[in-house]
Design a protein around this ligand. Structure first.
Ligand code: AMP
Ligand code: FE
Ligand code: FE
Ligand code: ZN
Length: 291
């Protein structure tokens, strides 16, 4: 029998399981993110910063003091050939050595890559590395959004969106790729760290991953797909729904809130109580924090 304190029935919906803080590319501190979630009527929320778990303690404290349940998470960077793949990692052990080695390697690559992109951009625009550091909280996972914020601060673009469409575009002259594991490796690392791997925004403009890649990810322990997300396209979602039914997978819906960095609002998509319960039952690397 499950100990009542570890039991999967102690949370309450509505639940939003994908939010970012300034530990990566969100614009608010972890506690502020939980306050925003609370203000939008959520009763369970996860913090899923890119390649880091460093915001968990602050978010858990803030969430529970507001009467919310906190679900620890992370959004792990991965890459299939040229395309970026994001894998949400719920309830992982944050001290798992292989997982930590990988996320540290990705974060180091992100720093090196941001420096090279900054140097390239500085050839054409007034921009320094210090401008980017000024937009990045201490120890945060650096990304193109921080370069975008520096370009906004310098007046070169109006917002992150304009920067991504122009100066920061992968097809532009300033873009530098980052190191990230392939998605099968990422899923395996999360699974081995006791976590629940779910593909974030799996039906975006790049399309659904090829069937053999999805099959290998399922073999490695993939638990499900984030089908409720503003970037998903209907055609891809239909394809994935069939796979979900075939394998009885977990389906989530989330906002991918980034504070002022994106228009996404907390709770614009939510995850059903049944699916949250399945995630909590499956994750063994860390535990939800209840109010
Ligand atoms: P990176 O991982 O450094 O290559 O940057 C990708 C990140 O930028 C993702 O985590 C997104 O959250 C963010 N992003 C992508 N496109 C946009 C956009 N148009 N506006 C704001 N943020 C974006
Ligand atoms: Fe992001
Ligand atoms: Fe993402
Ligand atoms: Zn995200």
């Amino acid at each position: 029998m499950q100990h009542p304190d570890r039991g999967p029935d102690r949370f309450r919906g509505p639940s939003d399981l994908h939010l970012h803080s300034d530990r990566s590319d969100g614009t608010q501190q972890p506690a502020e993110v939980m306050r925003a979630a609370h203000e939008h009527g959520l009763r369970t929320a996860a913090l899923t910063d890119h390649d880091t778990t460093s915001g968990w303690a602050e978010a858990a404290q803030a969430a529970t003091s507001l009467g919310m349940t906190f679900v620890p998470g992370m959004e792990m960077s991965a890459k299939h050939e040229w395309r970026s793949v994001h894998v949400l990692a719920y309830l992982v052990d944050p001290d798992d050595a292989p997982l930590r080695r990988m996320t540290e390697r990705v974060r180091a690559s992100r720093r090196d890559r941001a420096r090279v992109m900054a140097e390239r951009i500085a050839g054409d625009y007034d921009l320094t590395w210090d401008d980017i550091l000024a937009q990045t909280s201490d120890g945060a996972t650096v990304g193109r959004p921080h370069i975008a914020d520096a370009l906004v601060a310098r007046g070169h673009v109006h917002d992150r969106g304009e920067a991504f469409r122009g100066i920061l575009s992968p097809r532009g002259p300033y873009y530098v790729d980052l190191y990230a594991p392939d998605p099968v490796t990422a899923v395996g690392l999360i699974h081995d760290a006791g976590g629940v791997p779910i593909v974030a925004h799996p039906a975006g403009r790049a399309g659904v991953l090829p069937r053999p890649v999805l099959a290998a990810m399922l073999q490695a322990g993939l638990a499900g797909f984030e089908l409720g997300h503003r970037e998903n396209l209907e055609q891809g979602v239909r394809v994935l729904r069939r796979i979900v039914a075939e394998h009885d997978l977990i389906v989530t819906g989330s906002s991918d809130y980034h504070g002022a960095g994106k228009p996404n609002r907390p709770g614009e998509h939510t995850t059903s109580d049944e699916m949250v319960r399945r995630i909590i039952e499956r994750g063994t690397g860390s535990a939800p924090v209840y109010p």
